[in-house]
Design a protein around this ligand. Structure first.
Ligand code: NAG
Ligand code: NAG
Ligand code: NAG
Length: 259
């Protein structure tokens, strides 16, 4: 036991014992204990959840002391993309719940069972799955339909005054369901390819929502609706900047949860 401890200290040569104690105190002081539901839409940017966004959300929730439960709908994906070739894989079909279970390391629940009373907040990572499997936005734009359980839970959390976090493309779900909500999907112009999906801001407005321009490291907080959004991979940039923006989103969601 003792040998194991000293080995553990040796493996972190730049962290003294007092710093370890301090960081322990800091962690308990910022412990939020919020129960957060994370809703996934598959596994992979072009047909499911954006994996790095999901991971960033989970890291920031872990650091914030949240208790996480992941959910996904038990439906088949709109299609399966060969991510190496960037084209749909012919005759292949995958299930959103079982693909999402990869990200959840197996611990995932059917979205049908998600009840607002079990959680203090809800977060939707982006990725095309949000626009292909949680909604039909990728095909229908502002005329999109939303998965019935996604609609139910988003409206329930909103009605209960519990915070909703979304990033990348998933703010379109809130824009469709919550009239007049303020969200960001980043910038409204492509700026030389830095914001390749800038046209999405127009769709947000067409849905009757208010679009707020934000940088990739920022989150927008709609205090009235308790909706927090960050651009994430809507921006063509370095991964750590996307990670930081998602951190701002998660931190504000936890703050609004009051836990
Ligand atoms: C699955 O996640 C829930 C919620 O965090 C947790 O209570 C439960 O222990 C986990 N189950 C397993 C098998 O890890
Ligand atoms: C896909 O299925 C169709 C109909 O069964 C078949 O004709 C076609 O060859 C299949 N394509 C591939 C790439 O397997
Ligand atoms: C196979 C398929 O298209 N699955 C679903 C993905 O999600 C949308 C939105 O709920 C559904 O309309 C699709 O049927």
């Amino acid at each position: 036991m003792f040998a194991l401890r000293s080995l553990a200290f040796k493996s972190v040569p730049f962290v003294g014992k007092s710093q370890l104690v301090n960081s322990g105190l800091h962690t308990s002081a910022s412990w939020s204990g919020a129960k957060v539901a994370v809703v996934l839409s598959g596994c992979g940017v072009y047909d499911g959840t954006e994996i790095h966004e999901a991971s960033a959300i989970l890291v920031h929730l872990s650091r914030g002391g949240a208790e996480v439960q992941m959910y996904a709908p038990d439906v088949s994906q709109m299609h399966v993309i060969d991510h190496g070739k960037g084209v749909p894989a012919e005759n292949e079909s995958r299930n959103v719940l079982s693909e999402s279970a990869r990200i959840a390391r197996g611990n995932i629940t059917d979205l049908v069972k998600l009840s607002v009373s079990d959680h203090d907040a809800i977060i939707f990572p982006g990725g095309f799955g949000a626009a292909k499997n949680l909604s039909t936005f990728a095909v229908d734009g502002p005329d999109c339909k939303i998965n019935a359980d996604v609609e139910r839970v988003l409206k329930d959390f909103h009605k209960a005054g519990k915070p909703i976090g979304l990033c990348c493309i998933s703010p379109v779900l809130a824009a469709k369901l919550l009239p007049g909500v303020e969200v960001t999907v980043g910038h409204e112009e492509e700026k030389g390819g830095k914001w390749p999906y800038a046209g999405t801001a127009g769709a947000i407005k067409a849905l009757g929502a208010k679009h707020i321009v934000k940088e990739v490291t920022e989150a927008h907080v709609d205090q009235k609706n308790k909706v927090v959004t960050s651009p994430a991979f809507m921006c063509e940039t370095q991964l750590h900047l996307i990670f930081d923006g998602i951190g701002a989103m998660v931190t504000n969601v936890l703050k609004l949860s009051g836990k």
